[in-house]
Ligand binder design. Structure first.
Ligand code: HXC
Length: 513
């Protein structure tokens, strides 16, 4: 027996070395961790159970039968994060550049199937040169097997992707289907075709970093939700993200213990600037409303006119969608609409209640917006809120104008509770523009048109630049002092805890993509 155990031990040792010491050293020299080191930092100590450690590829072309590595370029298994079951695959760049062979794909599919059957999140740590070139179509088939499973698992278990090296070609589509992508600055990139192909086809000269680095995707394309300074930061973010989520769509996110005490926040009474056209940072309002230091902002550098992220309120997980008056006056545009819509859909899929903070002057006008589909994109956000069945509460802090009033989780599209601060202005448009249109003739014919315009602007403003018309109709449930907001939200979300909505039977809706 001892001899047999020795043989097993030597195989384990061989597998643990992946592509060998020289390649591990080269990985470290690039400032990257190995596949196993990443798992070590991600999972609770000694919780990792590996599956498929001794798998090898089956390829025989190009002399491949003589070059085999145990594990075949991906470490797969399960463990716990903060005590909760999590499945993980971690691509090993030291074995054929982490490229995806038929068996490499089979290993990933096996744990995806297990994650789905057992209702626990799956995390992919990606570091791969793409399809294993020596294997041809079986490698492409392997990718498609993964994509298919990503879609089956979507909305059932949380799927997170950390990009910690190259991610090129069709390989980007598995992460793109998952719920959240995290990229590491300077050492990871994602693109469908690399700089060389770009140069040949479009004659553009661009570096990998510019084309598909973390900053590019965090600010320009919105493909990644987080750009992390290094791999350890990315791993911390993965753990933090999971802490706000349930294990699967049938469960609730974990609650942290919380003792209700004095929940009033007097600072909020003075947080808005005197002048209603002045910007303020909605993050400051968020910080006063939520549990201390609990905000995890998602997509921080992309479409900054809307802020989305996870937080806790009296220990409960919450998704926040907030217009940002400090950026483009908080206007809704193409990118902001899509960013918020996807976040709302994630929260709804995983039973995370939604809080909306509204201060929006309307949709951004212009050819750029229209030609890039603000109609369809704005409709995505409208659709996402309207179909969401989780508890939903809106607080109108200041402006709620035009179509944006309807879209931003209004009572009419199914919000459960709508509060307004006394500073709220709820109307079709701002008083200046409104007066110009409806009193056009009177203003034109007046002795002093400017004076007349101001007089009519005041008239419109007196009628609509407040929350009371909406409150009279019940479109706003209560006008509250800002200082009371946190207390009101805690009570209302508690009241909505057991909300049930029976939606009409359908195969699936048809969100305007
Ligand atoms: C097989 C690969 C490989 C691949 C890298 N290697 N990519 N082996 N298939 N796709 C191997 C290299 O031969 C090398 O082996 C080792 O991995 C490390 O690669 P290097 O080139 O030395 O590393 P580096 O300089 O860091 O460059 C990394 C890289 C580059 C940028 C990823 O290797 C590269 O461009 N690879 C090809 C990328 C690609 O075109 N993939 C196909 C994309 S299309 P040794 O033995 O020297 O260690 C695709 C289709 C998917 O993926 C479609 C799904 C729908």
């Amino acid at each position: 027996m001892q001899e047999k155990i020795n043989k097993l031990n030597s195989k384990i040792q061989e597998a643990e070395l992946g592509g060998g010491l020289a390649r591990i050293e080269s990985q470290h020299k690039k400032g990257k961790l190995t596949a196993r080191e990443r798992i070590h930092f991600l999972l609770d100590e000694n919780s990792f159970e590996e599956i498929g450690m001794l798998v090898t590829h089956r390829s025989t072309d190009f002399g491949m039968e003589n070059e085999k590595y145990l594990g075949d370029g991906v470490v797969t298994g399960y463990g716990t994060i903060n005590g909760r079951l999590t499945y993980v695959f971690s691509q090993d760049f030291t074995v054929f550049g982490g490229s995806l062979s038929e068996t490499h794909a089979e290993k990933i599919c096996k744990i995806m199937d297990m994650a789905l059957k057992n209702g626990a999140p799956i995390i992919g740590l990606n570091d791969s040169g793409g399809a294993r070139i020596q294997e041809g179509v079986v490698s492409l088939g392997g990718y498609a097997d993964i994509f298919y499973r990503n879609v089956q698992a979507s909305g059932v278990i949380p799927q997170l992707s950390a990009i910690m090296g190259p991610c090129a070609g069709g390989a980007v589509y598995s992460p793109a289907i998952t719920d959240f992508i995290l990229m590491v600055e300077k050492s990871s990139y994602m693109f469908v075709t690399g700089p060389n192909v770009v140069k040949t086809v479009t004659h553009e000269e661009v570096t990998s970093e510019e084309l598909g680095g973390a900053q590019t995707h965090a600010t320009k394309s919105g493909v990644t939700h987080f750009a992390c300074a290094n791999e350890i930061e990315a791993i911390q973010h993965l753990k933090s993200l999971l802490s706000y989520m349930p294990q699967n769509c049938e469960e609730q996110a974990p609650n942290l213990a919380y003792e209700i005490s004095d929940e009033s926040r007097p600072e909020l009474d003075n947080i808005l600037p005197e002048n209603t056209t002045q910007p303020y940072d909605i993050r400051e309002v968020i910080e006063h409303l939520i549990d201390k230091d609990s905000f995890l902002e998602v997509h921080q550098g992309y479409a900054e006119n809307i802020v989305v992220g996870f937080a806790r309120l009296a220990g409960r997980s919450l998704g926040i969608v907030a217009n940002q008056p400090a950026y483009l006056a908080g206007v809704l545009d193409n990118h902001a609409s899509v960013k918020a819509a996807r976040f709302v859909r994630f929260c709804d899929a995983f039973n995370i209640p939604l809080l909306v903070l509204e201060d929006v002057p309307g949709f951004l006008p212009g050819t750029d917006q229209e030609w890039n589909g603000i109609i369809s994109n704005g409709a995505k956000l409208l659709y996402a809120f309207s179909e969401a069945t989780v508890p939903r509460i809106t607080v109108i802090t200041r402006k709620a104008y035009g179509g944006a009033y309807d879209v931003m989780n209004s009572k009419h599209i199914g919000a459960d509770m709508n509060y307004a601060w006394p500073s709220a202005e709820i109307a079709v448009m701002g008083a200046k523009g409104a007066a110009e249109i409806i009193f056009k003739k009177e203003i034109k014919e007046a002795e002093n048109p400017q004076e007349k315009w101001l007089e009519k602007e005041k008239l419109y403003s007196d009628i609509f630049a407040n929350p009371y018309r909406a409150a009279e109709r019940g479109f706003v449930d209560e006008v509250i002092r800002p200082a009371q907001t946190r207390e009101k939200l805690i009570k209302a979300f508690k009241m909505l805890e057991n909300k049930v909505v029976n939606s009409p039977r359908k195969k699936h809706g048809n969100i305007p993509l």
